[in-house]
Design a protein around this ligand. Structure first.
Ligand code: NZQ
Ligand code: ZN
Length: 385
């Protein structure tokens, strides 16, 4: 095991009814003004907004509303939120939504207290914020695991970049699987696949020797696969929804990453595809993963073979590479089985998308078992068509 320092400061309230039971008391710790942040309206339709607003009112809070945070949140939206937070001296940001709302608020929290532009500060000067408006998250759609880390993925439309930005980590997060019951089923599956992708991108990082993180990771991957299958038969089954909710946090709360350099090459490609097309994150990953892994499995044959055996239950074949490839094909078959897109066309990517520009602007990751070139990423994108 490599050396590591581990801390996760987010206090998690998991399960049914948590908001009603604990939010009021939690709010007493913070000042009078709360920014209530949400997306495009789902929380107003499903009753979550009214429930949270009732608790805020009962606590006598002044509420500043920041709504309309879009999927794949933009940097312009971050700046709008930061202005609002600054003008109103917000004491707490309460992000009610999915990864997009949570991510946007993480950066709003930092930008509101900064005199300089956070994008330039992080990307050019490589310095990072240290002061934040406190943040709490109420998750309404699961998959990203954004609620338990400080990373945010923000689309800078002018620069055509969708990159990771470092911001606030939430003090607390409510994960109530019931809140996700109104999520359209394709998004439920997209989110669950995102979780599987996070686990894979960590598992295929370095080192690829045996370690506890990878053993736990295999259990998370098997659990996600099993529970997606349960939901395919019974869309609203609470047990499966709740297992996937916790798996989503587990895949991105740092536990699986302990002692590892993660891969995340697939995410980097998908994020840039998103920057050019605004595609759905989990569905984009589904298209890219098998194609990318067909390029990589020989370089990481031992690890891909272990994935085949321990995650997909495949018996070893004559040679390691054949077992490794069978694991990749099992993943591809699973993606088809659960109805995710398998090509850029199925994903709805316009034919005239500049795939060369997508490839050329993609970050190359250090954790990938073979460092790719931009040319090879372009080939991968062509094969995804
Ligand atoms: O905007 P509203 O109306 O709320 O609708 C949303 C949105 O259209 C809807 N939704 C959310 N909760 C709902 C609901 N609909 C009905 N009932 C509910 N209870 O779901 C749609 C998708 O929401 P979004 O927040 O965009 O989804 P997700 O949680 O998948 O977040 C995606 C974003 O997170 C980033 C992605 O790149 C993408 O920008 N990621 C963040 C990560 C992180 N910070 O750790 C890691 C991930 O790898 C990912 O990159
Ligand atoms: Zn993801």
């Amino acid at each position: 095991m490599n050396n590591f320092i581990f801390e996760n400061k987010t206090k998690v309230y998991f399960g049914r009814g948590g908001v009603k039971e604990y939010l009021g008391c939690l709010l007493k710790k913070y000042g009078p003004t709360v920014m209530l942040a949400c997306g495009g309206g789902s929380v107003k339709r499903n009753g979550v907004y009214d429930e949270v607003m009732g608790i805020l009112n009962a606590q006598g809070k002044t509420v500043v509303e920041f709504s309309g945070i879009m999927p794949n949140p933009t940097y312009a939206k971050v700046q709008e939120g930061a202005r609002l937070a600054r003008e109103n001296n917000v004491d707490l940001i309460l992000a009610v939504g999915g990864g997009s709302v949570s991510d946007c608020c993480k950066i709003v929290s930092a930008q509101a207290l900064l005199d300089e532009d956070i994008w330039e500060m992080e990307m050019t000067k490589h310095t990072f914020p240290s002061r934040f408006i406190p943040l709490g998250v109420i998750v309404t759609v699961f998959g990203t695991g954004s609620e338990m880390n400080a990373g945010a993925v923000i689309t800078h439309e002018e620069k055509r970049l969708k990159y990771g930005v470092f911001g606030a980590q939430a003090d607390f997060a409510f994960l109530d699987p019931d809140y996700s019951l109104s999520v359209p089923f394709p998004q439920v599956i997209s989110g669950a696949f995102d979780t599987l992708s996070h686990a894979m991108e960590t598992y295929f990082g370095k080192p690829d020797e045996n370690n506890l993180s990878d053993d736990i990771n295999e259990a998370v991957m098997r659990s996600v696969i099993r529970n997606i299958r349960v939901l395919m038969r019974d869309h609203d089954q609470y047990e499966a929804r709740s297992e996937l909710a916790w798996a989503s946090a587990m895949a991105e709360n740092g536990v699986l990453k302990i002692g590892k350099i993660t891969d995340f090459q697939c995410h980097q490609i998908e994020h840039q595809l998103g920057a050019y097309t605004n595609c759905n994150h989990g569905r984009g990953l589904a298209v890219i993963h098998p194609v990318l892994y067909r390029h990589l499995y020989q370089a990481g044959a031992a690890r891909f073979a272990r994935f085949a055996q321990n995650v997909w239950g495949i018996a070893p074949k004559d040679c390691e590479e054949a077992t490794a490839l069978a694991g990749v094909e099992a993943l591809a078959a699973f993606i088809r089985e659960i109805g995710l897109p398998t090509t850029l066309t199925e994903l709805g990517i316009p034919e005239d998308t500049d795939l060369r520009a997508v490839a050329d602007s993609t970050n190359l990751t250090a954790g990938c078992c073979r460092k790719l070139t931009h040319e090879e990423i372009y080939q991968i994108l062509l094969e995804c068509q």
